[in-house]
Design a protein around this ligand. Structure first.
Ligand SMILES: Cc1cc2nc3c(=O)[nH]c(=O)nc-3n(C[C@H](O)[C@H](O)[C@H](O)COP(=O)(O)OP(=O)(O)OC[C@H]3O[C@@H](n4cnc5c(N)ncnc54)[C@H](O)[C@@H]3O)c2cc1C
Length: 335
């Protein structure tokens, strides 16, 4: 156990707060022992810290899940099921899959964080979400120590959300994730516009898993700041989902508003467009700014505190509400 330790290197915003008690756990046994020793206390579960904004020192014990291991647990002609320890780095796993020519997660390359953190908000990028390859995840209820496996249909996956971000928030600790990858006949997903544009412009005829990974990785390098250099948590807000009626009214006032069809009746607005159109593009306030290449990303320019970042984000939120009557919802977990 680490006592009174700085969390600066444990969160991608690089916010310097103190954790009173931090437990790094490397096996299921250690998870159980730690939970037992903390019985009847609230705990906070930490993965790679890439989707968290700490606004205060953390008094609650933190359990940082570091369980490693990637293994193929079953296989047929077309698919493999892979069990992955929750503490594996997500991007290491994606690179492992690509090196074995296993398809399904290539569009999700370069997303920071651990494997255990990935189902929490149903990570997604470039037309794919983890739910598209998800079979199950297992772990323990913090209060009762009961072990449970959640199959895909138990997880309530939706856009940047799951049961683990809602009713089971801070109640269940994921120790293992099982995903299904394709061995043969993998259908490459190139539906996402900016990905498809590059494929066309480079005249890539039948893109392979490796091609997609390389293209996505390059697009991301251009658009997103590297957290090891500039603190950030990727998209700070979710793209708001609105009804046809709301969209029609917005289009009457803002004819160039950017939106995507979400499903038959709902539309996803570009939160980056809303933010930029409130005048926040490349805006800086003390140690915090909106990233120059992507207005949805808030950055720590140096020694910003979590509160400074949070208060800047709330200014953006109220401006967007005032101008568009749209309430942005944070994607990042505010602690
Ligand atoms: C530069 C950058 C780009 C990003 N791009 C994307 C993107 O394209 N798509 C996307 O979806 N996200 C993106 N993100 C957000 C983030 O990387 C993902 O949400 C990631 O999956 C978070 O994992 P983590 O291990 O860092 O979780 P953490 O930040 O440590 O935790 C996030 C939440 O999950 C909970 N949690 C973590 N691990 C566990 C566990 N084992 N059991 C139970 N609960 C747990 C925590 O309590 C917390 O509530 C980006 C972030 C950055 C910094």
């Amino acid at each position: 156990m680490k006592i009174n330790i700085s969390l600066k290197s444990y969160n991608s915003f690089g916010v310097d707060v103190i954790s009173k008690e931090l437990y790094e756990v490397y096996s299921e046994d250690e998870v159980l022992k730690t939970l037992n020793s903390l019985k009847d206390r609230k705990v906070f579960i930490l993965g790679g810290g890439s989707n968290i904004l700490f606004t205060n020192n953390v008094q609650t014990p933190i359990i940082n899940v570091k369980i490693k291991g990637i293994k193929i647990i079953s296989e047929n002609n077309n698919h493999v099921s892979v069990s992955i320890g929750a503490g594996e780095i997500w991007d290491d796993f994606v690179k492992w899959a690509i090196s074995k020519n296993l398809g399904g997660v290539e569009n999700l390359i370069s997303i920071p964080g651990y494997v255990g953190g990935a189902p929490i908000q149903n990570i997604g990028a470039y037309g794919v979400e983890i739910k598209n390859v998800f079979l199950s995840c297992s772990g323990y209820f913090i209060e009762t120590l009961e072990k449970k496996e959640f199959k895909i249909n138990d997880c309530q996956f939706s856009y940047r959300s799951s049961i683990f971000k809602k009713s089971l928030k801070n109640k269940f600790i994921i120790t293992e994730v099982v995903l299904q990858l394709s061995k043969n006949n993998h259908k490459i997903n190139k539906s996402y516009k900016s990905l498809n544009d590059v494929i066309k412009s480079k005249n890539v005829k039948d893109p392979t898993i490796k091609d997609i990974a390389e293209i996505v990785s390059n697009i991301r390098k251009d658009k997103l700041p590297d957290p090891s250099i500039i603190g950030n948590s990727g998209s700070f807000f979710k793209n708001p989902i609105v009804s046809q009626d709301t969209l029609t009214k917005l289009k009457e006032r803002f004819s160039d508003i950017v939106f995507y069809k979400e499903n038959g009746i709902k539309y996803k607005l570009s939160a980056a467009w809303l933010i930029e159109n409130c005048g926040f593009k490349n805006i800086k306030e003390k140690n915090v700014s909106v990233y120059k290449n992507q207005a949805l990303v808030i950055t720590n320019l140096g020694n910003a505190t979590g509160r400074e970042i949070y208060s800047f984000s709330q200014k953006i939120k109220s401006k967007v509400l005032e101008k568009f009557d749209i309430l942005l919802e944070e994607e990042v977990n505010i602690i």
